[in-house]
Ligand binder design. Structure first.
Ligand code: GLP
Length: 249
């Protein structure tokens, strides 16, 4: 079941998602939140940072979706760096409670298994924030990923490397592989909130919500989740059939 919320613009969509996360944290001070990277969630974290007090986040833990393989942690575009810069520090989280997959592990399969175990040990993810790739990926689960997939090393699609080249000095610097939570891992979250903004996401959002369910479009798997909310700005909602039937916020 997917609940769709269409906000008038990107700032209000991000504020809506920040409100959902804030409420989840207020209701559950030991909340385990799943955090996404990419440009889409950045305004959510900024909005959330203005609402949370140190008291609110004292017991909060966070798990990132994914990490590039082979990129040093200190690299400004490693997801270790991005999560620290955009989530841990501004939200005032205890860094010891924030986990990002170890993309530099010599044994990636062991690191993936350890990450799965850490999520389970933490009690599972209460609320998972997601973006969506232009090819329909969630996390770094590229087209073809099984709905039952767990945390593992994956090869990045050419489209994803091209999309993410904007974060690097040259396209050749974009890593070729990543360690990502699987679709099955993501679906285990008790609640999921996907945010998509802008006209560049309109087509894939429409296919994800209304096209055939297929592993070729990983985000279609979200339609099997019992508590998934998709928050869009008007531009990202523009290609939905019968546009306007979603709940507005
Ligand atoms: C990245 C991340 C995803 C993210 C997606 C979209 O590569 N691995 O978690 O949702 O691509 O990114 P953006 O929000 O910048 O469009």
């Amino acid at each position: 079941m997917i609940d769709i919320v269409i906000s008038p613009d990107a700032p209000s969509a991000a504020a809506h998602v920040a409100g959902i996360l804030h409420e989840a944290i207020r209701q559950h001070p030991a909340a385990v939140i799943g955090v996404a990277t990419g440009s889409t969630p950045s305004p959510v974290y900024r909005a959330l940072a203005t609402r949370l007090t140190p008291e609110d986040v004292r017991g909060v833990s966070a798990f990132a979706l994914d990490e590039y393989v082979g990129l040093p942690r200190e690299h400004p575009e490693s997801y270790h760096s991005v999560v620290f810069r955009e989530v841990t520090r501004p939200l005032g989280l205890d860094a010891r409670r924030v986990r990002v997959p170890d993309g530099q592990a010599s044994d990636l399969a062991a690191a993936a298994e350890e990450y799965e175990n850490a999520i389970v040990t933490a009690g599972g993810v209460d609320i998972q924030l997601l973006g969506i790739g232009t090819n329909g990926h969630i996390g770094f689960n590229e087209p073809g990923s099984a709905v039952t997939s767990r945390t593992r090393a994956v090869r990045l699609a050419a489209q994803t490397r091209a999309d993410n080249a904007r974060f690097f000095d040259t396209p050749g610097e974009v890593p070729t592989h990543a360690l990502t939570q699987g679709i099955g891992t993501i679906l285990d979250a008790r609640r999921i909130v996907l945010l998509a903004l802008g006209p560049g996401k309109a087509h894939i959002v429409s296919r994800a919500l209304h096209g055939p369910m297929t592993a070729e479009l990983p985000a279609t798997a979200l339609r099997t989740h019992p508590a998934c909310t998709v928050v869009l700005d008007r531009a990202a909602a523009a290609a939905l059939p019968g546009r306007g039937w979603g709940r507005s916020a």
